[in-house]
Ligand binder design. Structure first.
Ligand SMILES: Cc1ncc(COP(=O)(O)O)c(C=O)c1O
Length: 441
């Protein structure tokens, strides 16, 4: 959510929504609030109201279409935990010396995901991370520890965290082409593997790409490795399921991520589809791999195979609560609703003559980038090149989509009033069949 954060830093909530006066935003200067002979404390009691953040967040929450975050939840029952410094530093399965932790909830959550991705309790290891990016770092790092000479293969449409991991781990990274859907192009993958047959392969497989919501064909990736002569002891697959890793298991006929296949790790974000109010994630790997990373740490009386030191102990409780409240039935209902609403959005866009694409089983709708920066910011759309996308999450109702469509259609009628300005051609990016530019209509 880089755009969101930088707006707060550079302009403040005020400038974006025309809320409280910009003078109040100065309260963000810590010195100003605290250098107050101790009286700053009483001002801090009404902190959220004082600087207008509550209003700002409430308003902005209504208009997030571009970033995958389920903003509909009620964690009121957990508010009593707020005064506690809950820290799960170290290994989730080992009791350390710091007692204000939530390991029992963390392990409950991990067991749940282990069941979802089909690995026995005594065969997996995992932990709750700060998000999908850290989980990608952890997964690929295991691959690197197992295969120090390995090459990382990732499709061009992989999340930027994957390429950052390659730099952090000083891994040679080969970018693989993608199909127009955003899926990894296994013909190109095969060519590139064949050129590096002497080096083990570490592969990032996308279970839902960031921009197009495309799912890489895991079975085909495995087949491609085998056909190119890579036996199971010479490759490691990390599955990045940040958004879709928890949605796909609830869709009939969807290809499945499973540890019954030769994969090494799977990760998911907790603040996306599940709707945790703080960024968090889950990483699951095979127990046999974790020794490559694990070391004893006397100071915390535990083992450490995680990336960070201190770990958010509130997050596992929120994850546990969300999973318990919804259960398989509730999650499935939400997934089906998202997919149905995404289909609705795509159909309505197309009917209005707007280029749009929706991958099978996905809830990420890709369409032409709106020409007005103010519109893009109002709806918090994520844009790349000539396209934008809307990620339909459980809080995005048909009414919300109608409001969005109405504004977009109205906006376009003025952006393209002058016939010399035409909607962009997206044939190359989303395929000619999905493009409704003047040439492809
Ligand atoms: C495919 C994919 N992987 C990883 C991430 C990073 O997840 P997080 O924001 O939880 O770090 C994202 C975020 O959008 C994503 O789409």
């Amino acid at each position: 959510m880089a755009m969101f954060a930088s707006n707060i830093l550079t302009e403040g909530p005020v400038a974006l929504i025309g809320g409280p006066s910009s003078g109040k935003f100065a309260a963000c200067q810590i010195e100003a609030a605290l250098d107050d002979g101790g009286r700053g404390h009483s001002r801090m009691d009404t902190f959220a109201d004082y600087i207008g953040y509550q209003e700002f967040f409430l308003e902005r929450t209504k208009y997030n279409l571009g970033y995958p975050a389920n903003l509909e939840f009620d964690y009121g029952a957990l508010s009593q935990l707020q005064p506690f410094t809950i820290n799960n530093a170290g290994d989730p399965f080992i009791e350390g010396n710091y007692c204000i932790h939530s390991r029992q909830f963390e392990v409950g959550v991990l067991d749940w995901f282990a069941g979802l991705w089909e690995i026995e309790k005594d065969e997996y290891w995992g932990y709750t991370t700060s998000g999908g990016s850290e989980a990608n770092l952890h997964g690929i790092l295991i691959g690197r520890e197992l295969f120090p000479e390995g090459i990382l293969y990732a499709s061009r449409d992989s999340h930027y965290s994957v390429f950052k991991v390659a730099r952090i781990c000083r891994l040679d990274c080969v970018k693989v082409d993608t199909l127009v859907t955003g899926e990894i192009d296994c013909a190109d993958f095969k060519r590139k593997l064949a050129m590096n047959k002497n080096k083990p392969a570490i592969i990032n497989v996308n279970i839902g790409t960031t921009v197009k919501g495309a799912v890489d064909d895991l079975d085909l990736v495995i087949r491609t490795l085998e056909e190119t002569g890579f036996t199971r002891d010479r490759f490691y697959i990390h599955c990045d399921g940040a958004l879709f890793g928890i949605m796909m298991p609830f869709l009939k006929h969807a290809p499945q991520v499973s540890f019954k296949k030769p994969i090494g790790s799977v990760s998911v974000s907790g603040h996306k589809f599940l709707g945790c109010p703080m960024p968090c994630g889950v990483q699951i790997t095979r127990l046999e791999h974790i020794n490559a990373l694990s070391s004893n740490v006397e100071y915390i009386a535990s083992k450490d195979a995680t990336i960070t030191g201190s770990r958010n102990g509130h997050a596992p409780i929120y994850l546990w609560y969300a999973l318990n409240r919804k259960g398989h039935k509730g999650l499935k209902k939400d997934v089906l609703q998202c997919v149905k609403n995404a289909q609705y959005l795509k159909d309505r866009l197309r009917r209005a003559g707007i280029s749009a694409m929706l991958n099978d089983l996905s809830s990420t709708v890709v369409f032409e980038q709106p020409r007005d920066e103010g519109f893009v910011r109002r709806w918090q759309l994520a844009c790349e090149g000539r396209i934008a996308h809307a990620v339909v999450m459980p809080n995005i109702t048909v009414e919300k989509l109608d409001e969005f469509l109405e504004e977009l259609i109205k906006g376009r009628s003025s952006w393209y009033r002058d016939v010399k300005v035409q909607p962009p051609c997206l044939a190359e990016v989303i395929g000619p069949a999905n493009c409704l530019c003047p040439l492809h209509k």
